[in-house]
Design a protein around this ligand. Structure first.
Ligand code: PLP
Ligand code: MG
Ligand code: MG
Length: 632
């Protein structure tokens, strides 16, 4: 699996004239985006997790690009995990002698930052990202992409042997026996081939005039079986001079835009509290080669997922995530059934999900007390303190379980304050963070939280089918074997099995894990605080629109999560939730029924791959629906 890309970006762009003097070639903007940034976005969308840029001319622009990505991802981890194991998204390494050397020396300069097979791209390219799909899916480890005739000028022609192996390249087609295609500047290289390119350069006489990397690839092609893969009609162009820039703007970019539109998945906006709207890149990440989940390769994916999921809320050096196939309730049930031995357990119940935890405890026959609290008001911390003091049948509570974000109403419970209480009472705090994780900042250590349960398909913007519990490794290792509890949902067994075998105990949803891997990458790229800010902006747009439509929320504004809003149903005669739902859904927006028995409500979530503009679009449709109701 390729997870690294190298961009060659040292060039001076002298042939671009004034445009090239203002900025390095990668920063030429097309469609409002610098072409290198577009390339970076497409690489991340294809599951590339680490990008190394070999810089030179005007390197500071690339450094700033790398810093922008570092800022968003660093702020996505909690304060305790700022030194987490997650690697940098973009690393820039300078070829100090860029002015007098060629692209091969830039490729050599980044050697220390490359640890596995990689994609190699020139930074001054505008390309249809189908090119990435083709290279990533090609079973051969060393592949150079070539295209049909572009007439772009300055073409590099490629000659191959009968076996497809690259034999020669030249800017003069007449030099070649025959032409297999034009060199695009997007390749896939194995680490072994890369090392030979480096060796070839070092062995070249010092006087050799500034070799390009294309020449080195030709030299290594026979040894490593470097083949040319042709996409005859690929939309692509490099931007080395004014004519090529005109072609990129006038011909290549419009073709790419049309191709992307043709491939897009139809967008339906889910304003439901999960599964949430996902990006196309997360949807597509599920389309992977068939893979047995008992292969070491898949174990590596799971191990990295566990680290990355942990890093959003704790330090992966001390904490980890135990993954389970199942919905969010599987993680909540596993957490309660595995952590609470003889108890007793105190459950805070101010909504359906708190009540569900009490029901799970009852199902296992755990000693459990429910502390009820109003569904639309802040928790009474003094009452929780008193309950902890009182204990249960003369025993101290061993655990307290609370829902962070009560998705019943959109009420956010103050986990930090409860954590402080639990600490003073020496009670372990178990949190259902199913609908808050990856949006509302959580820090297990700082908030005195023992374990949280969360899931892939809500704020993480992944697919349903994977849930997980995050806690310290010490916690998992010390879990008791509790006969009579769940066989399948045992965190103790799942943790031990993974530690020993690097596999899950039972068949995991393989493709769903790949979607989760992509969703985690996209969460890192955005950063949890920025994601919460985006959701908050969508929520603000919702509240503004509801007020205009004369609809009231159930929970006071200050107590709301910003993630889900419970709305009092319209009182107009003729209103029916199902009719409103169907009206909105037919127009692209899916809303959710209420869950609070005593009061008529419906719910709108503002999570997932959506923006405030989507919410405003929904509000227009909702307004249209309300106007269909008779006024009395
Ligand atoms: N807990 C909370 C707070 C939730 O919001 C949900 C689902 O919305 C669940 C638990 C249950 O998750 P699932 O439906 O995935 O089992
Ligand atoms: Mg170029
Ligand atoms: Mg060129």
């Amino acid at each position: 699996m390729i997870r690294t890309a190298v961009l060659l970006a040292a060039g001076m762009g002298t042939r671009l004239g004034a445009v090239g003097e203002r900025q390095p070639k990668g920063f030429v903007e097309i469609g409002g985006v610098a072409i290198v940034e577009r390339s970076v976005q497409r690489l991340f969308a294809h599951g590339i997790e680490s990008i190394v840029i070999g810089t030179g001319y005007r390197h500071e622009r690339y450094d700033a690009l790398a810093a922008a990505y570092a800022t968003s991802s660093a702020s996505s981890t909690s304060s305790t995990s700022s030194t987490s194991s997650t690697s940098r998204l973009i690393t820039c390494i300078r070829n100090e002698r860029y002015a007098t050397t060629g692209s091969l020396d830039t490729l050599l300069a980044v050697r220390a930052a490359v640890h596995a097979d990689f994609l190699l791209l020139e930074a001054d390219l505008l390309y249809d990202d189908i090119a990435l799909d083709v290279l990533l899916n090609d079973p051969r480890p060393n592949v150079v992409l070539v295209s049909g005739v572009t007439n772009a000028t300055d073409e590099v022609w490629v000659q191959t042997g009968d076996d497809g192996i690259v034999e020669a390249v030249s800017k003069r087609a007449a030099d070649l026996r025959d032409v297999a295609g034009e060199w695009v500047g997007i390749s896939k290289l194995s680490l072994a081939a890369y090392d030979d390119l480096c060796a070839w350069r070092r062995a070249a006489p010092a006087a050799a005039d500034v070799p390009d990397y294309e020449g080195a690839i030709v030299a290594a092609a026979a040894t490593h079986g470097i083949v040319a893969r042709r996409i005859a009609d690929l939309a692509w162009g490099e931007i080395d001079d004014a004519g090529q820039l005109r072609r990129a703007l006038g011909v290549v970019h419009p073709r790419i835009v049309a191709n992307e539109a043709a491939r897009a998945v139809r967008r339906d906006v889910l304003l439901t509290p999960g599964p949430a709207t996902t990006t196309d890149s997360v949807k597509r990440a599920q389309v992977v080669p068939d893979l047995c989940p008992r292969e070491a390769e898949f174990g590596d994916v799971l191990a990295q997922l566990a680290d990355d999921l942990t890093a959003f809320v704790a330090d992966p050096r001390t904490h980890t995530a135990v993954l389970l196939g199942g919905s969010g309730t599987a993680a909540v049930e596993a957490m309660l059934a595995s952590a609470v031995g003889d108890g007793p357990l105190l459950v805070i119940d101010n909504g359906a999900y708190g009540a569900r935890m009490a029901a799970i405890a009852a199902g296992y026959g755990m000693p459990c007390v429910s502390l009820r609290s109003a569904a639309t008001a802040a928790l009474d911390l003094a009452a929780i303190d008193a309950a902890l003091h009182a204990g249960c049948d003369g025993r101290r509570f061993s655990h307290l379980a609370v829902v962070h974000h009560e998705t019943t109403t959109g009420l956010l419970n103050d986990v930090a304050a409860i954590g402080t209480l639990c600490r003073s009472h020496q009670v372990d705090l178990l949190v259902d963070a199913i609908s808050s994780y990856a949006a509302v900042p959580l820090d297990l250590a700082a908030m005195h939280v023992t374990a949280v349960a969360a899931t892939a398909n809500k704020n993480l913007q992944g697919m349903a089918g994977v849930a997980f519990v995050i806690a310290s490794r010490a916690f998992f290792a010390a879990l008791p074997a509790t006969p009579g509890r769940s066989f399948y949902l045992s965190l103790r067994e799942q943790y031990r099995f993974f530690a020993a075998e690097r596999q899950m105990r039972f068949t995991p949803p393989v493709q769903t894990m790949f979607a989760l891997k992509q969703a985690v990458l996209e969460t890192k790229l955005e950063g949890v605080p920025a994601r919460y800010a985006r959701y908050t902006a969508a929520w603000e747009a919702l509240l503004e629109g509801l007020e205009r439509l004369g609809l009231a929320t159930l929970v006071p504004r200050a107590l709301q999560s910003h993630l889900l809003t419970a709305i009092q149903e319209p009182t107009a005669a003729g209103y029916a939730f199902d009719a409103m739902h169907d009206y909105c859904r037919a127009r692209g927006y899916t809303i959710y029924p209420g869950k609070l028995a005593e009061r008529g409500s419906f719910r709108v979530a503002t999570i997932g791959a959506i923006t405030a503009a989507d919410v405003r679009g929904f509000l227009r449709v909702l307004g249209d629906y309300l106007r269909t109701l008779p006024t009395d």
